[in-house]
Design a protein around this ligand. Structure first.
Ligand code: FE2
Ligand code: FE2
Length: 384
């Protein structure tokens, strides 16, 4: 019977035994046989992808509770394997080939150049999430890199639907999207900022959320924050406009000026977003703060209205700059997209009034340094 947890346990067992015994040894063959039995059952049935996080494993959309803290998950993530998926029923030969490749990934020879590539054994796809089709050698930095963020966009849209319908943020999936974006950023052995370009107006919510997440992680990393903070800022960047699920669509996409009532509804996305996030998961406190504070200006202006003056969290000042950059760079129903230089000049003019000086200066410096490493992708119309 198909049992995803039993498959992974047997897979880890086989990989451990492979390190101890040479090909043909009975113990090795027995362990591989056992893993194949589970693989056969899984790949012949309803196939769902495994997603590996550092201390969790997700099968399809379901967290495998008996694999909480499973140490092999962090090994797989460390080897650049965040996802594993059977594309069809696999034969024993194909499974052997897959195990060999996986074993080589987990125990790399010193000069192994295949690191972080998407791998594909016959019928089994594994590697980083959302990097399909990147097996070719990386192009020189000044050319447009070929990035595909279809998986991430699809998961984000699902996530938004859950929030709209159930009123809760699925934290695991939100973190998985951010981790996957962060892998895409490191895919070329140095920082790349993979941004989505808007093709259809109704893709704005998704492209904006993923772009602000990528820019926020880039900036947090550029400013020397810890990997944990970088990821937390990435989640906060992705969820900053979440409260817009509570704003009517015709107001969000209205081409003309908003009436005072519509404007007040629009501004409420900050408070609504913070409320939705806080009632979902207390661990998302930074994301909740960012949702609340990302339109507050450093001189106290902006919204929502507050009864007392308070300094915004650093994550909010950082997401604020990234939010404005992406919004201005994107064509909207009521205006054209701004050019990069004009956008950076706007941010520079806002230093000390709208934007925190350290953060805005760092953003401008980051763009100066990493602009050649912006990689643009666009979503297919189906991924709106
Ligand atoms: Fe916003
Ligand atoms: Fe925004």
């Amino acid at each position: 019977m198909a049992d995803p947890s039993a498959f992974l346990f047997s897979l880890a067992q086989a990989l451990s035994v492979m390190a101890l015994y040479p090909a043909g040894h009975p113990s090795r063959e027995r362990a591989i046989d056992a893993a194949y039995q589970h693989a056969d059952a899984l790949s012949s049935g309803e196939r769902r992808p495994f997603t590996f996080l550092e201390d969790d494993v997700v099968y399809g959309r379901e967290r495998l509770r008996d694999l909480k803290g499973w140490d092999y998950a962090s090994k797989l993530v460390g080897a650049g394997i965040q996802r594993l998926e059977f594309e069809r029923a696999v034969t024993r030969d194909e499974f052997d080939g897959f195990l060999e490749e996986l074993f080589a990934r987990l125990n790399p020879a010193p000069a192994d150049s295949s690191e972080r590539r998407q791998m594909r054994s016959l019928g089994i796809r594994f590697g980083t999430v959302g990097l399909q089709g990147q097996e070719a050698a990386p192009p020189p930095p000044e050319t447009t890199l070929d990035v595909t963020l279809g998986d991430e966009a699809e998961t984000f849209r699902w996530l938004q639907g859950e929030i709209r319908d159930q009123g809760v943020v699925p934290l695991m999936e939100a973190e998985a999207v951010v981790r996957s974006l962060s892998v895409a950023m490191q895919a070329e052995r140095r920082m790349v900022l993979p941004l989505l370009q808007l093709k259809e107006f109704d893709q704005y919510t998704t492209t904006h959320a993923l772009n602000v997440s990528v820019l926020s992680m880039g900036l947090a990393e550029f400013m020397g924050l810890s990997p944990r903070e970088v990821r937390a800022y990435g989640v906060a960047g992705m969820l900053h406009d979440l409260g817009k699920v509570r704003v009517p669509k015709d107001i969000l996409t209205k081409p003309g000026k908003l009436t005072p009532e519509e404007w007040s509804l629009m501004r409420s996305h900050t408070v609504e977003g913070a409320r939705l996030i806080l009632q979902s998961d207390q661990k998302l406190d930074v994301a909740a703060l960012v949702a609340f504070e990302h339109h507050i200006m450093i001189n106290g202006g902006g919204y929502p209205d507050r009864h007392f003056r308070c300094d915004c969290h650093k994550a909010s000042t950082l997401v604020h700059v990234c939010d404005v950059y992406d919004a201005l760079r994107t064509k909207r129903p009521y205006r054209d997209a701004w050019e990069p230089a004009a956008t950076l000049a706007y941010i520079e003019r806002g230093v000390g009034t709208e934007f925190d000086a350290d953060v805005a200066t760092a953003f401008i410096a980051m763009m100066g340094k990493w602009e050649p490493r912006l990689a643009y992708a666009s979503l297919s119309p189906a991924a709106a």
